[in-house]
Write a protein that binds this ligand. Structure first.
Ligand code: FAD
Length: 542
């Protein structure tokens, strides 16, 4: 089914619309990179499966007549909703493993139609997986629900794609949950406003998904998570409409919003939210700063976060990360730094920030100091930005050649960071050597930073070959996650829990909290049909 009037179809396996594939030059660079780094010169590309190759199990439940007008059991629709966009999702598709497709997909056009789906599914004991853009990297949308259900269907919110109201005075908007990033910004632009939430998946993820996963966006400091940008939420639950007051803040007990923010489709279907807007920035200052020592650079970032300067971008890339993204040649660690404002020039902030960097041994690139609109698209920041946007389009081409590449992200307090980082990196490197018999590459950057600690984001590259990739990935993922748990880091800073992180999330959360969450699930979804298996083990009831 074409997306939002674009006339284009999303790829079943891969990022973006059909036809937006890696260029011959990108293929050449991937091949050359694998040869240079891993010494493998005879890679053969396994292409993504075509629709004709996809054979799905017969649906366990058919579309009831009452829902027929907005549901589909076509192969394309079922296959598109079978997986998210994680490394194991890609590997299984490239290996032609097509498991857990939903029995059918519902595309409701109104809250009444969502209610009709939920009512039918409760009666039929069928699991319902809410779906925004399907960009989950943690198994959040995979209809893998176990045998306690008669079937599983996906509820795609794509028709909920509008900005319904704008409050210019309080600078907020009422937005439907299925609105994708570009559509949201396009509707806000005529009002001179922006949501300014740019996850790397911006193009193909939705407001509802951002809220349901407690995602992390554009701002490196202060408003890091979507939580900070949400004023109130509206969701449909089995106990009726769950809608919070629009408030700038409230001390009235535990927050109703916060129970839904991060609920991963397990407590209700988010249909809309009032979100906080920003004026579009017109003042910008950005540059990059080189460091000879990663931990010294991290100390500098700590000083920055504790200075009260609050840079918009404060992304520390270790030297391999900088090289892999074409930001620098790999001889230094690079801090990409930027300030922005819709109200006032920010050069003074930048000057003070650079003073801190110099005091900590950093070398600002004065040639690249950008203090003009659009400056963030040039120099090291520009190179970083381009690589950041393009990377998702290259994953199937890289993995199709046998290179396992994935990321994991966490957060930790500053006093534990150096030892934490060194141990995690060493453990993942060692596991890659054990799994593949050759060295891999493990890089780190900070995506978000706080006065009390950073959110380090690790990428790893291991040449497993496609046939051994799932097993290899799982061994590396398990080693990293076990150690994150042991060292007191979170299993996720912004990618969410999904199904993949459950083992470690269950160890991380206090037991009484788990009991309270389970009780909330029972209260809001007594039959246990909403996205069973995320946040809590499946608990079919009813
Ligand atoms: C290349 C790439 C880059 C990424 N970069 C970032 C990043 O920078 N920051 C970040 O935070 N994440 C990132 N992610 C992860 C992912 O994009 C986020 O988790 C995003 O918030 C998911 O939004 P979505 O609309 O695609 O949700 P989906 O993937 O469709 O769903 C995610 C979860 O939310 C639930 N859900 C979705 N919509 C609703 C709804 N309306 N009501 C109730 N539950 C719902 C689903 O059931 C599921 O559990 C990235 C992923 C990829 C593939």
């Amino acid at each position: 089914m074409p997306e939002g009037g674009t006339g284009k179809r999303l790829k079943i396996c891969g990022w973006g619309y059909e036809g937006n594939d890696p260029t011959p030059e990108e293929h050449r660079l991937i091949e050359a990179g694998i040869a240079e780094r891993f010494g493998v010169t005879d890679t053969e590309l396994v292409p993504p499966p075509t629709e004709a190759e996809i054979e799905l199990a017969k649906p366990r439940v058919g579309i009831p007549e009452t829902l027929e007008a907005f549901c589909s059991a076509g192969t394309y629709d079922r296959a598109l909703h079978m997986y998210g966009k994680s490394c194991p999702d890609y590997v299984r598709q490239l290996n032609r493993v097509f498991e857990h497709a939903p029995d059918f997909v519902a595309y409701p056009r109104s809250e009444d139609e969502i209610e009709a789906v939920l009512d039918w599914a409760t009666g039929a004991r069928v699991a319902v997986i809410p779906f925004g853009g399907g960009s989950s990297v943690v198994g959040g949308v995979e209809p893998k629900v176990g045998d306690g259900f008669a079937g599983a269907i996906t509820l795609n919110l794509k028709h909920f794609d509008k900005v319904l109201e704008i409050d210019e005075t309080s600078r907020a908007a009422r937005v439907q949950a299925g609105t994708f990033g570009p559509a949201l910004e396009a509707q806000l632009k005529p009002h001179g406003k922006t949501f300014r939430y740019y996850p790397q998946s911006f193009e193909f993820s939705t407001l509802g998904g951002w809220i349901a996963t407690r995602g992390g966006g554009h701002y490196a400091t202060v408003m890091t998570h979507v939580d900070d940008l949400v004023e109130s939420v509206r969701a449909l639950t089995m106990k009726g409409v769950y809608e919070s007051f629009r408030l700038p803040g409230s001390g009235a007990g535990p927050s109703p919003d916060r129970l839904l923010i991060g609920s991963e489709g397990a407590l209700g279907v988010i249909t809309e939210a009032w979100v906080r807007l920003q004026d579009r920035p017109v003042h910008r200052a950005g540059t990059s700063v080189a460091f000879d020592d990663f931990y010294k650079a991290a100390e500098c970032v700590r000083a920055m976060t504790q200075s009260g300067l609050y840079p918009t971008n404060c992304r520390l890339l270790d030297r391999n990360e900088a090289r892999a993204n074409g930001v620098a040649d790999g001889s230094a660690d690079i801090l990409v730094l930027a300030f922005e404002s819709a109200d006032h020039p920010v050069e003074a902030w930048m000057e003070r920030a650079l003073e801190i960097c110099r005091d900590m041994g950093g070398r600002p690139d004065s040639d690249q100091l950008q203090a003009k609109a659009g400056g963030h698209r040039e120099g090291a920041s520009g190179a970083w930005r381009n690589a950041f946007i393009r990377m998702p389009y290259l994953r199937d081409a890289t993995m199709g050649r046998g290179l396992c590449m994935d990321t994991f992200e966490t957060a930790i307090t500053w006093e534990r960071f150096p030892e934490f980082h060194a141990k995690i990196k060493a453990k993942v490197e060692q596991t890659i050597r054990e799994v593949t018999g050759r060295p891999g590459l493990v890089t780190c950057r900070f995506t978000h930073v706080y006065a009390d600690g950073p959110a380090p984001y690790f990428s790893f590259y291991a040449y497993t070959g496609l046939a051994g990739m799932l097993e290899g990935w799982w061994a590396i993922k398990t080693a990293a996650s076990d150690l994150l748990n042991e060292l007191g880091g979170t299993i996720t800073h912004h990618h969410a829990v999904g199904r993949d992180h459950m083992t470690w999330y269950q160890k991380q959360r206090p037991e009484p909290f788990a009991a309270a969450l389970s009780a909330a699930k029972t209260a809001l979804d007594p039959a246990g049909i909403l996205n069973p298996g995320v946040l809590l083990p499946p608990q079919p009831g009813g």
